[in-house]
Design a protein around this ligand. Sequence first.
Ligand SMILES: Nc1ncnc2c1ncn2[C@@H]1O[C@H](COP(=O)(O)OP(=O)(O)OP(=O)(O)O)[C@@H](O)[C@H]1O
Length: 226
Amino acid sequence: MIQITSLSKSFGNQVVLKNISATFNTGGVYGIVGENGAGKTTLFNCIAGIEAHEGQITAHHTPLKNHLGFLQTEPFFFSKITGAEYLKLLCRARHKPVVQPEQKNIFELPLNQYATTYSTGMKKKLALMAILMQENDYFILDEPFNGVDIQSNLLITAIIQKLKALGKTILISSHIFSTLHETCDEIYLLQNGSFTKRVLRADFDLLEQEMKQVFIGNKIEQLALK
Ligand SMILES: Nc1ncnc2c1ncn2[C@@H]1O[C@H](COP(=O)(O)OP(=O)(O)OP(=O)(O)O)[C@@H](O)[C@H]1O
């Protein structure tokens, strides 16, 4: 369980998160949606302890950062480290047993190559593998479906469903509604620095309809395509 209480974050004069409170339960999968620049990554960085902030973030397992697997939008890799070395390094950092990465290479990555030479999608899959091998209790997946191929999208969806069954707490941001539909128990809408909507699974279709009305509206007519 992750509990957020009165979380606020500003960059200079720009207030990005305003007094956010939420509870993310054990075994729950939570989608965070919002337009570009709404503050999703900032929220995740605060939870991961990367950004200083006002308010409190507590978790059942402490310190949270030692039990959290954070898949960032653009994972960073040191140069001259192969995929296999990266996976071993991250397992050792958490004092987890280092199994042979090749045995778990479900994304069929070239583990003997330097991670910096990987494509964008391959980097994302390697970073995901690492946080899975760490056996974390909490997962933050910032746009996990972006930039990866269809096969991997199917696999990532199945991985999230398995993590949920194992009782992990998972936060996901995505701009692709269908992927959230398949994986999430609840969706939070982040707007103007606050959660303006919390929608349960039974109402996802309604949310999609509402969002279409608000965001598409009469913009296609306005475009006057010919
Ligand atoms: N380090 C920073 N310094 C200054 N401003 C920042 C910093 N990080 C984020 N911001 C600003 O905070 C706002 C929220 O950014 P954030 O990356 O959290 O949005 P997001 O919802 O993740 O967007 P996207 O969907 O495009 O990934 C933006 O206006 C961004 O410019």
